[in-house]
Design a protein around this ligand. Sequence first.
Ligand code: FMN
Ligand code: SF4
Length: 668
Amino acid sequence: MVVFLLECNHIFRPIKLRGLELENRIVMPSMGTLMTYEDSMVTQRMIDYYVERAKGGAALIFTECASVWPESTQGYALGVSDDKFIPGLTKLVEAVHAVGGKIGIQIYEAAEGIINGHADTSKLRIMTPVDRFQGKWKAIPTEELPLIAQAFGAAARRANICGFDAIEIHCGHNYLLHEFLSPHFNTRTDGYGTTFENCMKFPLMCIEETRKNWPEEKPLFMRIVAHDDYTYDADGNFNGLTIDNMVTFCKEAKARGVDVLDVSRGNFGKGNIYEVPSMGLPFGFNKDNALYLRREVDMPVMAVGRLGRPELANIVLSQGADLVAWGHAHIADPQIVNKCKEGRFDDIRYCIGCDQACSEAYHIPEARHISCLRNPAVGREREFELKITDTPKTVLIAGAGVGGMEAAYTLAQRGHKVILCEKESVLGGQFRLAGLAPDKEDFALTVDYMIRQVKQSGVEIRMNTPVTSALLCELKPDELIIATGGKMRELDVPGGSYAVGFADILTGNWKPMGKCVIIGGGIISIEVMEYLSFRGFDTTIVGGLPKIGAGLSHGRAILADKYLEEHPEIEVITNAWVTKLDHNKVYAHVIEKKTDRRTKETTIVREEDIEIEADTIIAAVGSVSNDYADLVQAAENMGIPCHIIGDAKKPRFAVDAIREAAELAREI
Ligand SMILES: Cc1cc2nc3c(=O)[nH]c(=O)nc-3n(C[C@H](O)[C@H](O)[C@H](O)COP(=O)(O)O)c2cc1C
Ligand code: SF4
């Protein structure tokens, strides 16, 4: 944290929007939670999630987008398309008001965006402005457009009955109103497309209906994209929305009663990276667009996109933005605004932009709702409430990686005596390595925060201390937690020892030279590839699967593809299984298969042995758990309950280790 910039004078200035008085300038924007019931109703889980954030000090929080059109109200999308949603939504509003918070509802028609949710689209008519995919999805008939606009109006009427303080109409992110607005997506010939004036007609109709049914004294926000990204015609010319299109549209929207522009970015395709921005995108990448619209349209704006640091928000507000959205920041730490107000900057659990548990939940079928690497309590606020123990115990923890530390301070905060032993001379385990890869510097914040928490909560830390049977015998704890993590998997091929481990490259222990060949095609290989290519090394990556980057989140996969496109000098060899190494050569067997989609028959289309010249060979082929069998045996002999968490149990991601630690520390 930069000490001299810690003033939050612009953040803590009140503002009035029509009749709504806001205490400060920070808003939690709309973020899907996947916490509804299957019938799109509000759940207690969802109420607990929003209440926790309302308590955290944001001036206003928005619900996730709520569907106005019955047909699209499915797949865990929140509904406001029928009166039957009023009781649940009212309960949510009342719960937020009861803790002193203010809450708005974002309303939308999903259109093709619904396929991004957990929706069963097989029986669904997907609404689009024009026929898509050879007519699989039919364009909305002209006569139906007023009905959809009226559905926005009906949603506004319901939102008022529920007691919401604000409405936000969603005109971005490739949802229906954006698709109408964008000349790239809308080529209708019925007077609602082709020219920009026509493209605006339907969204403006929806705004009019919304305002008509929404009280004068309550503000109407409008979420927009500042402009489209990567939208081109067949000749490669940009044909999407420009920011000056948006100036024209926003002036019309203002004249129809919109009060605040919520200036986001993001559309289908590569432009998706801006909708839910992760590490790899610069902080504040979109703020100048918000400031431009502020000047040109002359109305309040909310700046959006990687501004979740107090010093950044304060600067953007000082430059003329009226509000700042903190999205990811609120998932990672619901108390962030209060902590800023109290000057407790070091206590903030900052989002690190990993996208591993929040937006990625939309791409992992088994994830029931969003979560967070830094905050496993997301969506489990009630069950995760910290309770002081009635039976304090002595708990010995072997290993001070992120799992061990999370368990240590949580147990100590609950009143247990905790002894945390680390065999190395530093805390943080394998996760420290993650912070060494390009763009992942923020990962180090996690370790720094955890070290502070461990120290503040009175955990006894023993460095350079492996937990052995002898130590167990000496300390005789009531419980033992094994969080000894994993180690790099060695390359099990003849000559495997010619390869240096990725960790030695990232830490600088081994100096790469000349042509570098990375073996393995997963996340770590991508990071090492970026690390080396950034430093100018001739880099080749050899992966066994048809595509490299397995395990990358949706957004990071797009960024990795973009990086490779911009660096054609990086050689990528796929479907290649390494068979042997020499001191300056990698031997691999390439086997490429193709499956016929109709017959499901698989045939080999290419098979050959290849040789790749190399000066430095780097192995990034995963991890294996460290061995702790003796310790388990010793604990069993002494009758000490023993728990194994994180990579020690099975090598996975940090998000799994932290979640398991957080769960266990609440059970003991
Ligand atoms: C899990 C998740 C779900 C989101 N869902 C929505 C949504 O329902 N509607 C919307 O307009 N934006 C949605 N967003 C985008 C955020 O509102 C916000 O614009 C974006 O995260 C950038 O802000 P940030 O960098 O402060 O997180 C979502 C973001 C996340 C992380
Ligand atoms: S999962 Fe990662 S990106 Fe998402 S909120 Fe948590 S720290 Fe941020």
